[in-house]
Design a protein around this ligand. Structure first.
Ligand SMILES: Cc1cc2nc3c(=O)[nH]c(=O)nc-3n(C[C@H](O)[C@H](O)[C@H](O)COP(=O)(O)O)c2cc1C
Length: 220
């Protein structure tokens, strides 16, 4: 499958079958993704993959913190609030998602139920936590995005579903306790992955993109 085809076809998967992905295939995905380029070849990333009992324990602990209303405790700052066209796109993303799930805008409980799915890892049998040394900044964050994209593209090519989740940086303590995160690192985001549940209505959500001329300018 061509990279351009993968980009045209892929989407975030938010509903999974429970059967695990063979370890060999998981290793193959990350073995290819680790070939991603990075500034001065620093390869600042560490990826902590959790599966099986460890994944279930983590899911449980993340949900407990979410249910208790525990405030997020991110290692890296979240950045400035978005406005203008960016806020419009963010809202369209949230509302499109709620609409597909039959949750009205003013249904606060419904929205909490949907947000909780992040910490349920959307029912996926595996999750990967992407971290880099806490002293690193913007240049290495770019590299982290590159390896994230590589992981997502290779997973699609290999028949796996996945979703990037910034929300999985919210509660680093249980992740550190259960997964193998280097002491000097902070978690930037996670990826839940596995085989897509083709019957899950949640997976019918499709997000649009801004038009070419809205995001790229050509000068000659
Ligand atoms: C870095 C990053 C963080 C994301 N965090 C979340 C998240 O916490 N929860 C979620 O449901 N989706 C999350 N997403 C998925 C985006 O909402 C999704 O990629 C976007 O709406 C485009 O939709 P598509 O992936 O289906 O094409 C994240 C995506 C990226 C790239």
């Amino acid at each position: 499958m061509k990279v351009s085809e993968v980009l045209q076809r892929r989407y975030s998967v938010r509903g999974y079958r429970s059967d695990p992905v063979p370890e060999e295939l998981i290793r193959e995905v990350f073995d290819i993704a680790r070939l991603s380029p990075s500034g001065t070849n620093t390869q600042p990333w560490h990826i902590s993959v959790v599966s099986g009992d460890a994944c279930d324990r983590l899911r449980h602990e993340l949900c407990e913190l979410f249910d208790a209303g525990e405030p997020a405790k991110r290692g890296f700052p979240g950045g400035a609030p978005v406005d203008g066209v960016y806020l419009d796109r963010r809202r369209a993303c949230g509302f499109g998602y709620y609409e597909t799930m039959g949750v009205e805008r003013k249904d606060k409980e419904g929205r909490v139920r949907i947000a909780r799915k992040n910490f349920e890892l959307f029912g996926a049998p595996h999750a990967a936590f992407f971290s880099m040394p806490r002293s690193f900044g913007y240049p290495q964050a770019v590299d982290m995005g590159l390896i994230l994209q590589a992981v997502m593209l290779v997973m699609y090519e290999k028949g796996l579903g996945c979703i990037a989740q910034g929300s999985l940086a919210d509660y680093p303590d249980p992740v550190r306790a259960i997964a193998n995160v280097p002491d000097d690192n902070e978690i930037m985001f996670g990826v839940s992955f596995g085989y897509e549940d083709m019957d899950a209505h949640i997976n019918t959500v499709r997000m649009t993109r801004a038009a070419l001329d809205d995001v790229v300018s050509f000068t000659s």
